[in-house]
Design a binder for this molecule. Structure first.
Ligand SMILES: NC(=O)c1ccc[n+]([C@@H]2O[C@H](COP(=O)([O-])OP(=O)(O)OC[C@H]3O[C@@H](n4cnc5c(N)ncnc54)[C@H](O)[C@@H]3O)[C@@H](O)[C@H]2O)c1
Ligand SMILES: [Zn+2]
Length: 715
């Protein structure tokens, strides 16, 4: 229904004046409600992208009919009025919002507007480019160097007095450090909660039966706006300084200069901030930060560009609620709402059932999502979803409007159900009692490692279940396993259905069987593709041990575990031998396996189960006979000079890619970290190194060139 309503919207250009007035009134009310839920209650009911879309439409209509602009129209307002739970504080300099850019063209326009305004060639403007921290903004007033008030943004003019709560934050100094501190300093910035702290807090909240927060922003806001400051003190909140309000004197002349000044005063500032000198550099910064987004330990929803020279900021000034000299370049939304059309059961390689939600297609974070994992039966019922992300108290029904989230490489999932939009005929989903493989095997509830009945269902048909066979073959040829070019899922399914390939070894015997099979005669195949396929197959007769172990498809043995096993045993013979012993219950072999990093009971049990089946031993034996060589894995050199050290790579490396450098470091027993801290041992800096290098110098961390690093590790 929601999609229909959207389609029915009249093109802004075609709206009559009367229609515009009606829609503006309706949108204003709707936005006001969202603002209240978001800013006052810390509990939004729509995604930011949906909210932004409403706002954009509002602005577009108002732009066409400027006669409807009033002083209380949403385009003139910031945030929401203080909640009344706290004393009010009037800001001496208003706290405003930022204009948004979504596309690169918007950034080009932004720079163009500024150059025209200042009458400058654009390469003359420096910008401070900063990550846009998704927290809540805060104004800290210092008089005579002492913290006197801390206030939230509120509606921009008046905020809430949260001084007592703010005093519990480690990142907020009570007293500014350094000499010549202006008498009045209002330091502004963002209070945020790390993703890790957010997850841990939700765990504790859940255990105590308290509110669960939807995201780190809400949990930071909720934790800060507490009546009892001791509760705030128990919540790990951070603060980054990046702006200022009233200043009795300006210590610096640029935005970046001010940021460094804040550091000298004792504040934390964001280490990714960078000075950019052109539109290209701004856009490159946006791209670079977006790539790092998932790895950062705090949420960001875009980057902010600010004209660096403060005198120019002042000349540029403001347009209603936003400065003309800054813009937020947002990242594509990673959450969206859509309708759940159906639920299907997918049978995995190990027989486990995964319910997959079929969605009305929707764009999330730049990709179109049509399928979501619904994890298991309990997740759908909204019970006991251990550590998963679905909002507490929600069950999922077919026909529901759901909130879909995509984070980094993770498979999209449903994080919330909009109960208000649940249609009367929404259907509850009944989990099947039989496997769709028609062996009519009963479904068993999988046991967890601790022996409790788990929440996953599986087909008990094991090796006779065709679903499981084909899924194993798919894994076997996949990019991270044998990576066989020209043998995609479609071809594989075809060969499987014809009975030509039913287990991995069959792939390697295809070339010699082709006199009979005549693959080149299959429609759409042709001689060249067959020749290419066979070449691809032959090139994989030599395979690394870790890939080989992963490709066997044992339960609980993913890539990382496979790598750990490969490194632990070094050769296929040693590993295979150990597996057989473990299967027989050989105590010594079990203890040896258990001693390996990352290997525990679950994996050992799974290996024993796998090799305990003669059918599996047959698969492995037939396969190894067809292969040329299983290449030994390198054992990590724990006596290397960098074992146990933490290293950060920054700038561009010339002799290897960053991924390769990290892998080498890890192979030598070092830890490759993403950001510099006191605990960092080395920073390896190549050309173009920026803030991380500065951080290293600040913490007195040893900085090496790429060559010095290579020498250190003896390569
Ligand atoms: N889902 C909802 O119901 C709902 C309701 C209201 C608002 N929102 C969301 O909140 C945002 C509304 O915009 P807004 O007016 O609060 O502000 P904004 O998020 O668009 O931008 C301004 C804010 O960015 C923050 N910021 C972070 N890092 C910064 C930096 N380096 N420099 C400057 N500012 C920085 C500051 O707190 C500042 O107040 C939108 O993203 C909107 O989607 C959502
Ligand atoms: Zn089955």
């Amino acid at each position: 229904m929601a999609t229909k309503a959207k389609k029915a919207l009249v093109d802004v250009a075609k709206l009559t004046r009367a229609q515009a007035r009606v829609e503006l009134t309706r949108l204003a009310l709707e936005l006001e409600g969202h603002d209240k839920r978001y800013y006052q209650d810390d509990a939004p009911s729509v995604t930011d992208a949906e909210y932004d879309a409403l706002r954009q439409r509002y602005n577009a209509i108002e732009k066409r009919f400027p006669e409807f602009v009033t002083s209380d129209s949403p385009s003139q307002k910031v945030g929401a009025a203080p909640s009344g739970r706290f004393r009010k504080v009037r800001h001496s300099v208003p706290m405003l919002s930022l204009d948004n850019a979504f596309a690169e063209a918007d950034v080009i326009d932004f720079v163009g507007r500024i150059t025209r305004f200042l009458k400058l060639p654009d390469d003359k403007i420096d910008f401070s480019a900063e990550p846009k921290i998704d927290g809540l903004s805060m104004s800290l007033r210092y008089e005579g160097g002492e913290l006197v008030t801390a206030a939230t943004r509120g509606d921009g003019a008046e905020g809430e007095d949260v001084t007592a709560n703010i005093r519990t934050l480690e990142d907020v100094p009570e007293r500014l450090k350094g000499r010549n501190i202006p008498d009045i300093c209002e330091v502004r910035g963002e209070v945020y909660m790390t993703k890790k702290a957010f997850l841990a807090l939700n765990e504790r909240q859940k255990a105590a039966g308290d509110t669960i927060f939807a995201n780190p922003r809400n949990s930071a806001a909720g934790s800060l706006r507490q009546k009892d400051p001791t509760i705030t003190a128990s919540r790990p909140l951070g603060f980054f300084a990046y702006a200022w309000g009233e200043m009795s004197a300006m210590p610096e002349e640029t935005q970046t200069g001010m940021i460094h000044w804040f550091e000298r005063c004792g504040f934390k500032t964001n280490p990714l901030t960078r000075l950019c000198r052109s539109v290209e550099q701004l856009i490159a910064f946006h791209r670079e930060i977006e790539e790092q987004r998932a790895e950062l330990d705090y949420d960001i929803d875009g980057v902010v560009y600010k004209v660096d020279r403060i005198d120019w900021q002042e000349r540029l000034g403001f347009v209603s609620r936003t400065p003309r000299w800054a813009i937020a370049h947002k990242f594509p939304a990673e959450r969206a709402m859509t309708v759940l059309r159906d639920i299907e059961i997918q049978v995995g390689r190990t027989g486990s059932f995964t319910p997959v939600g079929k969605l009305e297609p929707v764009g999330v974070g730049g990709v179109i999502v049509q399928n979501v994992t619904l994890h298991n039966e309990d997740y759908i019922k909204g019970i006991g979803n251990k550590g998963e992300v679905l909002r507490e108290g929600r069950d999922i029904r077919i026909g529901d409007t759901v909130v879909v989230q995509r984070a980094g490489d993770v498979i999209p999932q449903v994080v919330d159900v909009v109960i208000d939009k649940r249609p009367k005929n929404a259907k509850e989903f009944h989990f099947p009692k039989k496997c769709p493989c028609e062996l009519h095997t009963d479904v068993v509830r999988e046991e967890t490692a601790t022996g409790e009945e788990g929440s996953r269902a599986r087909c008990s048909g094991e090796f006779a279940c065709p679903y499981q066979k084909i899924e194993h073959l798919k894994l076997f040829v996949s990019r991270r396993a044998f990576d066989i070019d020209g043998l995609g899922e479609k071809q594989l399914q075809y060969f499987f259905d014809e009975g030509w390939v039913t287990e991995p070894a069959d792939i390697f015997t295809l070339p010699k069987r082709n006199a009979k099979l005549k693959l080149e005669e299959i429609e759409g195949y042709g001689e060249t593709s067959v020749r290419n396929l066979f070449a691809a197959i032959d090139s994989r007769r030599k395979i690394s041990l870790e890939r080989f172990i992963y490709a066997l498809g044992m339960r609980h043995v993913g890539e990382t575990t496979a790598l750990a096993l490969a490194r632990g045993y070094g050769s296929w013979d040693a590993f295979h031998d150990a597996c057989l012993k473990v299967t027989k219950g050989d105590e010594e072999a079990i203890a040896e396996m258990d001693a390996l990093d990352q290997i525990g009971d679950t994996v050992i049990k799974s290996i024993a189960d796998y090799f305990g089946e003669s059918h599996n031993r047959g698969i492995v034996d037939r396969l190894t006979k067809e292969l040329g060589e299983i290449v030994d894995a390198e054992k990590p050199k724990s006596n290397s000079a960098v074992a146990g050290k933490t290293v950060v790579f920054t700038g561009s490396l010339e002799k290897m890619t960053r991924d390769e450098a990290k892998a080498t470091a890890e192979r030598l027993g070092a830890k490759a970290a993403g950001s510099v801290s006191k605990k960092t041992d080395y920073v390896v800096a190549g050309p173009g190194a920026g803030s991380k290098l500065a951080e290293a110098q600040k913490h007195g961390v040893r900085v090496l060139t790429e060559d010095e690093w290579l020498k250190l590790i003896g390569e």
